[in-house]
Design a protein around this ligand. Sequence first.
Ligand code: NIG
Ligand code: FE
Length: 418
Amino acid sequence: MSSLLITGCSQLLTLRGPVPRRGRAMRDLGLIRDGAMLVDGDRIAAIGPRRKIEKLPPARKAEKLDLGGRVVLPGFVDSHTHLIFPASRANEYEQRIAGKSYQQIARNGGGIRATVSKLRKSSPEALKARASACLLQFAANGTTTLEAKSGYGLDWMSEVKTLNVLHQLHQDQPLDIIRTFLGAHVVPREFQRRPGAYVDLLVHKWIPSIATAGLADFCDVYCDRGAFTVPQARRILSAARACGLVPRIHAAQFDRTGAARLAIELQAASADHLEQINAADVRALASSNVVCTLLPGCCFHLGMEQRAPARELLDAGAIVGLATDFNPGTSPTNSMPMILSLACSQLRMSPAEAISAATINPAYSLRLHDRVGSLEVGKYADLAAFDVADYREIPYYFGVSLCSMTMKRGVVVHPHNS
Ligand code: NIG
Ligand code: FE
């Protein structure tokens, strides 16, 4: 097995410590100044101060990689993306700027259903090519693991097409992709007059088949005004849970329908969005193990005033995560550093809290915390190096790409082909 000694980490953020992170522990990044790491194959064999690591006998024989004084942290774990879609919706962006709301556009034939019509007609090859290009951008911004949802097919063939493309991508390119079935994204047009029949189809046919075929690990429901109700989401996610698919929920983005409480009731891995929750919801989430995955890219892109109560969640001791929600309707970004900037400037998270929320906590929400999310002996050598002097500069410089190197399982994946 090849051995690699990585030095030149002016700040090495290990994120070692308790999993998941809550409260004050979210500010502890396990920082080592002038750090080094010994990588054996795809795993971390040793990590600590350079002087100590350099002296280890295997370090002497190892290949050397000097990062020249960069800030190094675990590769980002992006726990909420809609990676597979056929085209942008820049036309809707322009309409929203001119004053139309996200819901008005959806009612007029745009929104999720517009993407669904296009995806149904797209070949798997075309979807894969588009997603592959996006994955290079994810890697270029320091992401090494991502979750990806179906949900733009909404018929059996197109949902399976999406999940199969995700499987191929997981095999063919370096980043790890965890699959979530989101058949309950919206009620498809052909079921618009009988949503109950669509829920029956999901519960009795599609979810058991997806689970049996091993096409996904998680099941998500968009539980909100204009999508699925709490009773429908309860049925869908209970069926998923019974088949071994772990629930995640799009909750309280536009309306406080009770989806956040449902996430707790069902012991969901994650409740995502949470812009509309109240103080009692904050308390309930804080005393649960549900990861509160905040998606500030949506508020930014949609120009929404109402933000998720990040400060309240953090201060109450909730497990807070951050993700891009990469999708063509509400958050067309694959930059976790941009999400960190928004989390700090708009949600008042500290840079350290934001980094914990972008690494170890989302790893926990994907049940991957034994392999990714922190830099510790035995875990994957998944890391991102930033061309900054201090980790706080990662969110501070917004909208610029300062990630100078990304490594996935011991292999440099950005810059590409170097
Ligand atoms: O997470 N809200 C539901 N799903 C996406 C939006 C998808 C779309 O508009 O295409 C979200 O924001
Ligand atoms: Fe989403």
